[in-house]
Design a binder for this molecule. Structure first.
Ligand SMILES: NC(=O)C1=CN([C@@H]2O[C@H](COP(=O)(O)OP(=O)(O)OC[C@H]3O[C@@H](n4cnc5c(N)ncnc54)[C@H](OP(=O)(O)O)[C@@H]3O)[C@@H](O)[C@H]2O)C=CC1
Ligand SMILES: O=C(CO)COP(=O)(O)O
Length: 340
């Protein structure tokens, strides 16, 4: 039984805290909202983010970040990418070299084009490199909270750290694999959200399963094309954090990215969609970051480019699809030749 701190009390932070608490660990969830801390401690619920779910009694909440991480063997960071740096700065005075630092967020930072583990190292110092672990894979919070069978991957430059995370989370409902390809795991988890927005748009436009299968497979091709340029292992994209997460996010109505895309496809404007969602839609900022990166590295990413034009240049969704379908002729495997 270990002491674990969870930084972030949204849907994913709460669901992962439940997995840890169900594994008999003592879990302290930090939230920046007093009212939410009181609700978790007095009613054992987090009604905004996981309605109708009862939280275990060994899961408590704290609004003081120092108290939340006190004596923690591991700290799990689960806030939107946009909040990672701010939260790390709050955390910095209270971490030590014996703790495993796990993050479960999915995004790339616009302008710097950094992955989340790189942002964390920027803020907490290079000394945390071997303590860092990323947890990713096909896993909607709503299903994890109901103990439905789920598989994820934990990845670290230091296998021992990944194994510590594996031991903390693994149980009969939640199966955890290790993988040492941090770049591939983070790139797959972040970029699938762009394709999920696209899948939602396609459904919102009334297109069928053929279009969605095309988006998933050609989306995977461009994710792998960028990822391998960044030194990811191409095989990671065939795994849980690549095609696995693409499937779940592009086909599930739990996905906020799919739902946001669906509204865009039905004609809603971006700001109204984000206002209605009330939870993070990571794919929007990640589209900007991935588009910028593809331009900088001169890597063709036509779906990402189409999404960028739709989100940031107000291009009509139907025109985006028409332009994707009417690109010049190409070979399916041409892009993949560098893998061989
Ligand atoms: N939900 C899921 O099923 C999964 C999510 N993820 C990833 O996990 C990450 C978090 O997502 P998720 O939990 O779903 O997001 P939610 O939108 O459900 O919750 C985000 C949480 O972070 C808090 N937060 C936002 N900004 C700050 C800040 N500056 N300081 C402190 N807390 C802050 C929010 O507080 P407030 O209530 O005040 O806004 C809220 O508690 C994302 O990167 C997402 O892609 C990964 C796998 C599955
Ligand atoms: O990453 C997720 C599932 O693996 C959650 O996706 P959404 O953020 O689109 O809900």
């Amino acid at each position: 039984m270990e002491q674990v701190a969870v930084i972030g009390a949204g849907s994913w932070g709460t669901a992962l805290a439940m997995v840890l608490a169900n594994n008999q660990h003592n879990v302290n969830v930090w939230s920046h909202r007093e009212d939410q801390v009181n609700e978790i401690n007095h009613h054992h619920t987090n009604s905004k983010y996981l309605p109708d779910v009862k939280l275990p009694s060994n899961l408590v909440a704290n609004a003081d970040i120092q108290e939340a991480v006190e004596n923690a063997k591991a700290i799990l960071l689960v806030v939107p990418t946009k909040a990672i740096r701010e939260v790390c700065r709050k955390l910095r005075p209270f971490i030590n070299t014996n703790q495993t630092l796990i993050h479960a967020s999915k995004g790339i930072e616009p302008e710097t084009h950094k992955r989340i583990s790189e942002m964390i190292e920027d803020e907490l110092g290079e000394g945390v490199h071997d303590q860092l672990v990323v947890l990713s894979g096909p896993s909607h919070a709503e299903e994890v909270a109901l103990k439905q069978p789920t598989t994820v991957t934990v990845s670290s430059y230091h296998l021992k750290s990944a194994e510590i995370a594996q031991d903390l989370f693994m149980n009969e409902h939640f199966r955890v694999y290790t993988n040492e390809d941090v770049v591939g795991v983070e790139i797959g988890g972040a970029l699938k959200n762009i394709i999920a927005l696209g899948a939602g748009i396609s459904d919102g436009l009334g297109y069928g399963d053929n279009a969605k299968a095309a988006l998933i497979t050609r989306g995977l091709a461009e994710i792998a094309r960028l990822g391998t340029q960044l030194n990811a292992n191409p095989l990671t994209f065939a795994g849980l954090t690549g095609v696995g997460d693409l499937i779940v996010t592009c086909t599930s109505q739990h996905s906020r990215n799919w739902r946001a895309g669906n509204m865009l496809g039905r004609g809603y404007v971006l700001q109204d969609v984000l206002d209605q969602m009330g939870m993070v839609v990571e794919g929007v900022r990640t589209t900007k970051a991935a588009y910028q990166l593809s331009q900088k590295l001169n890597i063709p990413m036509p779906i990402t480019e189409g999404l960028y034009e739709l989100l940031f240049d107000e291009k009509d969704p139907k025109h985006v699809v028409d332009d994707l379908m009417n690109r010049g002729k190409t070979k399916e495997l041409e892009d993949l030749s560098s893998f061989l």
